[in-house]
Design a protein around this ligand. Structure first.
Ligand SMILES: [Zn+2]
Length: 173
């Protein structure tokens, strides 16, 4: 299947439905909602609510790191005249190795807000004509475009917003 026809089996997100122009506002908006949700969880923000789930704070840290990674991939695709190959971000290893262990709500909120703003500026700065530049994305057979990378950032923010909202609901259940 082309990545452009893809739909998230969990949240129903469609990458092809997102234009690059709407990415900055949607990323910033979802990031603010994540921050508000983490803040509403109080001391339970660092608690893993169920087996196989991260804590809400870890989801926030993950989204922060995804935005770092995707920004680098946008820059790589735009700057590389050859088809570039993006390295894996090792999403689980980052958590398992303890790289999120010193994260606090205040730090994640500050960093997530800053990264969402930076990613928005990055996407808004993509030179005209380079939106279709592609790279090889970890785990995918077909190259993905800069526009897809922008949509992926929206998906990560909105998909994990649903995760942290689920965690907040569990604290109130
Ligand atoms: Zn999803």
């Amino acid at each position: 299947m082309s990545p452009y026809d893809e739909r998230c089996p969990v949240c129903g997100f469609r990458w092809s439905a997102v234009s690059l122009a709407e990415v900055p506002d949607r990323v910033r908006g979802a990031a603010e909602e994540i921050i508000a949700t983490l803040s509403a969880m109080g001391p339970r923000v660092g608690e893993r609510m169920a087996p196989g789930r991260w804590s809400a704070l870890e989801y926030g840290g993950h989204v922060r790191d995804v935005l770092v990674s995707l920004r680098e991939r946008v820059l790589l695709a735009c700057a590389s005249p050859e088809l570039a190959v993006a390295a894996s971000m090792f999403r689980d290893e980052r958590v398992d190795l303890g790289f999120y262990a010193r994260d606090t709500l205040e730090a994640v909120a500050t960093e997530l807000r800053a990264l969402a703003a930076l990613f928005g500026r990055t996407v808004a700065s993509v030179p005209v004509g380079l939106e279709g530049r592609t790279l090889l994305f970890p785990g995918r057979d077909e190259p993905v475009s800069v526009t897809w990378l922008g949509a992926q950032a929206v998906h990560e923010c909105e998909h994990h917003l649903a995760d942290v909202r689920e965690d907040l609901a569990r604290t109130m259940g």
